[in-house]
Design a binder for this molecule. Structure first.
Ligand SMILES: [Zn+2]
Ligand SMILES: [Zn+2]
Length: 342
């Protein structure tokens, strides 16, 4: 997944007069993320911090430095007094500790559901790894394949240090003209930030990709049901002229983009039903994933397995699938769950 534009700092202004600087960072090799500097919404505020990989943090610092000349008196890095994290994924908060240091301290805010990801990261990784292990086993991954996938899960997270959190932002909160909308699904505590006619949509709405959504059985408040509810929630906001996400390009046709994402989800749900229906035997999540995403390897396969689980779980929860091997599941907690179409 790469962005379609050459990354450069871009400047936008909201209808409420907030200057918005969109700052690119190479979060992981070849994978770009965006942080946003807001001037004019209370104290100078940074939204998201990249991954914390050296190239990512350097990119954000260089981007911030390039903004200084736009203001008289010049904007200084140390003027940043607030950092808001849109959600607890590494490519958005991994740079937090280093950037806090670089700006000489700032108040940190995040939604309560992702707060402990920042403050107690070790705990988060251990609990999430345990839930993921249980999930992968019931999805049909065992033995060495399981070990390899869990390793790829931990790989991008080793450099993270826990951080302080000074305040929380909840659905409906308004702080200095920033209106917060809780949009769970892609991540439990994800928030979008509305500034007049501009919506910082985090990873909830992206310009090209339907954002990755993992199964809710791994983490509460994620999953496709919450994700779709959150799409409806932001689609009901009136007057969004421009949306900008944590990746990819600015979105000028926000409402149409949401329609397209919903249509793609429906298409994929239909495809999964067809795959199971056409199968001679009941299928596990891994079986379905191997048909849907045959070529994915390593970390990408892990994402594909989580995403397939989110879709399968969504269909099961809504009564479109049945479990085919109840006896095996009754006998062993380790049993792979197999599905039939109802
Ligand atoms: Zn994310
Ligand atoms: Zn992201």
């Amino acid at each position: 997944m790469t962005t379609q534009t050459l990354p450069a700092v871009e400047h936008f202004r909201s209808s409420t007069g907030v200057e918005i600087y969109r700052i690119p960072a190479e979060a992981f090799p070849g994978f770009w993320a965006y942080a946003y500097l807001l001037i004019g919404a209370g104290v100078p505020t940074l939204v998201d911090t990249g991954s914390g990989y050296p190239a990512s943090t350097e990119g954000i610092l260089a981007g911030l430095a390039s903004v200084t000349a736009d203001f008289d008196p010049a904007f200084r890095l140390q003027d940043i007094a607030r950092i808001i994290i849109t959600h607890g994924h590494v490519d958005h908060f991994g740079g937090l500790v280093d950037l806090l240091e670089a700006v000489g301290g700032a108040d940190v805010g995040i939604h309560p559901l992702d707060r402990r990801v920042l403050t107690n990261y070790d705990e988060r990784v251990i609990v999430a790894t345990r839930n993921l292990t249980i999930y992968l086993k019931s999805a049909g991954i065992q033995g060495e394949a399981l070990t390899a996938l869990l390793q790829s899960y931990g790989f991008s997270k080793q450099h993270i240090r826990s951080s302080k959190v000074d305040f929380v932002v909840e659905d409906g909160d308004e702080i200095d003209g920033m209106q917060f909308v809780h949009v769970p699904g892609h991540c439990s505590g994800q928030v979008a930030i509305r500034l007049g006619d501009v919506l910082l949509s985090a990873d909830h709405v992206l310009s090209y990709t339907a954002p990755n959504v993992a199964a809710e059985s791994i983490t509460h408040y994620t999953g496709l049901g919450h994700y779709r509810d959150s799409l409806r929630k932001v689609q009901a906001l009136d007057g969004i002229r421009l949306a900008m996400g944590g990746h990819e390009d600015p979105i000028e046709h926000f409402y149409e983009r949401i329609d397209r994402i919903q249509a793609r989800i429906d298409q994929k749900l239909g495809r999964i039903l067809t795959i199971i229906r056409n199968s001679e035997a009941p299928m596990s999540i891994t079986d379905i994933c191997d048909v849907l995403y045959a070529t994915k390897q390593g970390f990408e396969r892990l994402l594909a397995l989580q995403q397939t689980g989110a879709y399968t779980e969504y269909l099961y929860d809504r009564g479109h699938l049945s479990v085919a091997n109840l006896q095996a599941i009754e006998q062993s907690e380790q049993a792979t769950v197999l599905y039939n179409v109802l």
